[in-house]
Design a protein around this ligand. Structure first.
Ligand code: BG6
Length: 512
């Protein structure tokens, strides 16, 4: 009897561990001829199909203005997939997955497009069993977001009928500033409830970004020291070696503050600084993140020069190759002052972090790609060893490497082998790649699956998007009065002014 019970319990446990497969449904992608669909969304869906994590009754419908047949669209997607994966695209998986891919040419501003789409989706429900479940993925130009939402609403496609769901996914940038983000939230909420809205930030889909929470909340040893009593300051770096490439026109409008800081960097800051959530569910996690955003002290407009640095890359060398300056990039004005580098000193006004600066920076054309969080602890109050013996000793630093070489390292003091008592800093290193056999899925894979399963935990709530803008608004206003961007050579760690930002506090940027 007891044995049978044990067997039954094991079966139950195995079932709980089986990855869930979403219900049938359709993903409609607006702006489907763009890069994101071919480079990110479809490869992620293909991988899910290869892992049998997509239901058989699943379809993708691409919409954009370009004239294309279903077959042309499939071919374009396959070409990009093959470019990315060389020989590893399975003919069988692609054959069965691509049967569910369709394309409708149409102007997303015109009501006719939505009438046609509605009919097409009904047909798919009947022929492919997609069960009335719809995801509307807005990957078009952000200027079209309000119109698309309104047309969807007017066509009644926002309504969840007969048990089917209707979800709206919005790509970044979410607005251009605080006012436009508030307006956009208002426009969307006229038709979609917050539970139907999924604001996507691909950083939250990264395993190592989620690992910030795993590290903090599944270990007993970090939380007790994760506060102003032990932490001297925190540095968050999102560095890229690439320049703006072919995205000059987009970047001229965005700049690093809107492209990276408002979303990816602020999210990483929230996960690093937040209180432990009571549960790992959408409300609990997002509630704690919003509290961090509320606690970040906006930099007063008059202090922007002191606490915020904007830079732009000139020509230089990256990995031994000549790199042109931002102003020489395609579709960039020759006198552009758009920032390709941002550094900020932020303060989080709460009990945990009072007086602990968070220095954050994001830049293009840095010497390497590196996203990391470093928690720099206070110096020991006293070292019993002689001065010369401790010259190579630095305070403890915990570094969470988000990418590349994903892992965690802790800088600790250790005795140099020998007869004296020389102590030096060394790194204790954990590489996720060698600790686990499983390969980390791409960020979009994780997020698309959560979206289909209806789990918004790793998506951004309206108040988070607005909270991040609230912090950055005075910085943007300060900069609008003095648009000058400090210069840095491509392949360096940003302008001198960024070193001064920490130098004034007697600190230095870490070299990732
Ligand atoms: C995107 C930005 O959101 O993130 C790009 O628009 C940037 O400018 C990219 O290059 C960086 O993402 P990742 O995953 O390569 O760190």
């Amino acid at each position: 009897m007891a044995e049978m019970r044990a067997v039954r319990q094991n079966v139950l446990r195995d079932e709980e561990r089986l990855p869930p497969v979403p219900d049938p449904g359709v993903m409609v992608i607006f702006g489907a001829s763009g890069d994101l669909t071919a480079r990110k969304l479809v490869p992620a869906l293909y991988d899910l199909a290869a892992q049998r994590r997509l239901p058989m009754e699943f379809a993708v419908v691409g919409i954009s203005r370009t004239e294309m047949s279903h077959e042309d669209f499939r071919k374009k997607l396959l070409d990009t997939l093959e470019e990315q994966r060389a020989d590893s695209v399975s003919e069988d998986v692609w054959a069965s997955f691509s049967k569910g891919i369709f394309y409708l040419p149409g102007d997303s501003k015109k009501p006719e497009t939505y009438e046609e789409l509605k009919g097409f989706l009904k047909k798919l429900d009947a022929e492919r069993g997609t069960s009335g479940n719809r995801i509307f993925y807005l990957s078009s130009s952000p200027s079209l977001f309000p119109a698309i939402v309104e047309r969807l609403g007017e066509a009644g496609m926002n309504r969840e009928e007969d048990g089917g769901y209707s979800r709206l996914v919005i790509e970044k940038p979410f607005g251009r500033n605080l006012d436009s983000a508030v307006d956009l939230n208002g426009d969307i909420r006229r038709y979609f409830g917050e539970k139907q809205i999924y604001r996507i930030d691909h950083y939250l889909g990264k395993e190592t970004v989620q690992n910030i929470m795993a590290l903090r909340f599944s270990n007993g040893i970090f939380e007790p020291v994760w506060n102003q009593h032990y932490v001297d300051h925190v540095q968050i770096t999102v560095a890229e070696d690439i320049g703006v490439g072919t995205r000059g026109a987009f970047y001229e409008e965005a700049g690093a503050l809107r492209d990276i800081v408002q979303n990816h960097l602020m999210q990483v800051l929230c996960l690093t600084a937040m209180e432990p959530p009571v549960a790992f569910d959408a409300d609990s996690v997002r509630e704690e993140k919003v509290k961090v955003l509320k606690a970040v002290r906006p930099i007063p407009e008059d202090d922007v020069g002191e606490a915020a640095v904007r830079g732009q890359y000139d020509g230089g060398w990256v990995f031994g190759e000549g790199a042109r300056g931002y102003r020489e990039e395609e579709n960039v004005a020759p006198d552009s002052e758009t920032e390709t580098y941002v550094a900020l000193k932020l303060l989080v006004d709460n009990w945990r972090w009072a007086g602990v600066p968070f220095y954050v920076r994001a830049g293009k054309r840095m010497p390497k790609k590196a996203t990391e969080i470093s928690i720099q602890f206070h110096k020991t109050p006293h070292t019993p060893f002689s001065g010369p013996d401790t010259e190579g000793l630095e305070p403890n630093v915990l570094v969470i490497r988000v990418q590349p070489e994903e892992g965690v390292s802790l800088k600790i003091g250790a005795k140099v082998p020998g007869s004296g008592f020389e102590v030096r800093s060394v790194n204790m290193d954990l590489l996720y790649g060698s600790a686990f056999l499983e390969e980390a899925p791409d960020a979009y894979q994780r997020l698309l699956l959560d979206l289909m399963l209806g789990d918004p935990t790793l998506f951004i709530r309206a108040d988070e998007a607005e909270g991040a803008w609230r912090i950055l608004q005075p910085v943007m206003e300060g900069w609008s009065k003095n648009a000058h961007a400090a210069r840095y050579a491509a392949g360096t760690w940003g302008p001198e002014e960024a070193d001064d930002l920490l130098g004034r506090d007697g600190r230095k940027w870490r070299r990732p």
